[in-house]
Design a protein around this ligand. Structure first.
Ligand code: SF4
Length: 462
């Protein structure tokens, strides 16, 4: 792993406030997800059907993309193809210019984060306004989202209260309630009061898409706050920016994919609102389909499986690395286990090839993934790919060679662990482990090794 990555993961892991916020939020999400999955007796079958739909679509994506474009155009919409992030920015800002827009409403969209659309808008003098509460919070804080479905998950209610006071969202002298539940409700009402008048002045609305249905040209949007409905219906013009892999063949596929998405993301039986937009709601509907190296990933059957992802965020919530370091440590709009797979596929930065190493390989992510992506297998595959390509982002081959030499001979291994236990404390005191302990713990080895326990006490009783 390169030094910048070590710095990121290490410094975040040592922030106790961040860690408390992360654990509190992800524990709640995990409990809701597990209860929602347990409620459906056919959950495992549903997961297999979801994986099959995604695999089938990705194997025939060319055909379904062509069908989607025909369906959208037949209903009066326009479709644009964006080869990469600069092309996506050019197309969307070009539409905004042609529409004479200045105020732009945005609802939560990973694709717009991926192409850094807000920054492009601000450079050109547009005023993008995030309408999702979590996105609004990170926009006010000048941060990037830290989670796929909960952008401000790393912030406590108390931190958000202080941010709102500093940015004038709360009038000075306003007294927030002391209890946590009351405070959360009070903050969302304050944001609503602050945003509402600005929502009605917008000229253009931009959303992502949860799914794009080929047979009807429908954009499917799932939400709980009602802000997406506002973004798609209030401004005269609408733009959708979504990755090409969001296509599904038929409306009927939503009967499988929506429950998988919603129960895995928020633990709900059904979300607050699902919008199915087929054709322009008002003056115009422009749909920008983003490639950004996705079609290259499709060509490799292993990489293609990663594109099954429906962005539920469940793998982030169970990941011990994510729960410790938080999403910003990935330096990518896609953090957590799926981010460690997607980011190296979609990015050209060499440092991003190290991300598959940001995992303990515990397998919790693969267990919860609603579309059965074998995340751990892909983490190992991408590690091997980076090493084979001689990426400087791969960990030192010397350490691996030394371990492999020791592990191949039981007597050699035993002698090495004996030495390690004798000299561990001395090595720590002499500062030989300084580079490691700057960002991590170095727990002392156990007094008796597993092999000694087995030899002296015998195998555990059954
Ligand atoms: S990889 Fe699976 S669990 Fe993770 S976000 Fe994608 S669909 Fe959800």
């Amino acid at each position: 792993m390169t030094d910048p990555l070590r710095r990121e993961f290490g410094s975040r892991a040592k922030d106790p406030v961040l860690r408390r916020n992360l654990l509190r939020a992800t524990d709640t999400s995990n409990a809701h997800r597990a209860a929602a999955a347990a409620e459906r007796a056919d959950w495992e079958e549903l997961r297999s059907r979801g994986a099959a739909i995604r695999d089938h679509t990705l194997a025939r994506l060319d055909d379904y993309l062509a069908e989607f474009i025909r369906s959208v155009e037949a209903r009066g919409g326009r479709v644009h193809a964006a080869r990469d992030a600069p092309a996506a920015r050019r197309i969307v800002t070009g539409i905004a210019r042609r529409k004479g827009a200045t105020r732009i409403l945005k609802s939560k969209s990973m694709a717009t984060e991926e192409v850094e659309l807000n920054r492009a808008f601000e450079r050109l003098g547009f005023e993008p306004l995030e309408t999702d509460l979590g996105e609004y919070i990170v926009q006010l804080a000048g941060e990037a989202p830290s989670h796929i479905t909960a952008p401000a998950l790393h912030r406590s209610a108390e931190e958000i209260r202080d941010l709102f006071l500093a940015r004038g969202v709360l009038p000075p002298g306003d007294r927030p309630p002391a209890d946590r539940a009351g405070l959360a409700r009070w903050l969302s009402l304050a944001a609503r009061r602050h945003l509402a008048p600005r929502l009605r002045e917008a000229d253009l609305g931009i959303t992502g898409a949860n799914f794009l249905v080929a047979e009807t040209g429908t954009v499917v949007l799932v939400e709980n706050e009602g802000n997406i409905r506002f973004t798609t219906t209030t401004p005269p013009a609408q733009v959708v920016l979504a990755g090409v892999e969001k296509i599904v063949p038929r409306l009927a596929d939503l009967a499988v994919l929506l429950p998988l998405l919603v129960r895995s993301a928020t633990g709900q039986r059904f979300p607050g609102t699902v919008s199915l937009i087929s054709g322009p709601v008002s003056e115009s509907l422009d749909i920008v389909l983003l490639d950004n190296r996705r079609t290259a990933a499709l060509a490799d059957p292993g990489d293609r499986e990663i594109l099954r992802c429906i962005r539920c965020g469940a793998c982030l919530n169970v990941c011990p690395v994510y729960r410790t370091a938080g999403g910003h440590a990935w330096g990518s709009p896609y953090p957590g286990p799926i981010g460690s797979l997607l980011t190296p596929l979609l990015s050209t930065r060499d440092a991003d090839r190290a991300l598959p190493h940001a995992s303990s390989l515990c397998g919790a992510c693969s267990e919860v993934c609603p579309v059965r992506i074998p995340i751990v297998d892909h983490l190992l595959r991408l590690r091997a790919r980076a090493a084979a390509a001689g990426s400087p982002a791969s960990p030192g081959p010397l350490a691996i060679r030394v371990f492999s030499y020791l592990a191949r001979d039981p007597r050699r291994y035993e002698r090495a662990t004996w030495l390690l236990r004798r000299f561990w404390g001395i090595a720590l005191r002499a500062g030989l482990m300084k580079r490691w302990t700057r960002y991590r713990d170095a727990p002392s080895p156990a007094a008796r090794t597993f092999r000694e326990l087995w030899r002296d006490d015998g195998p555990p009783a059954r």
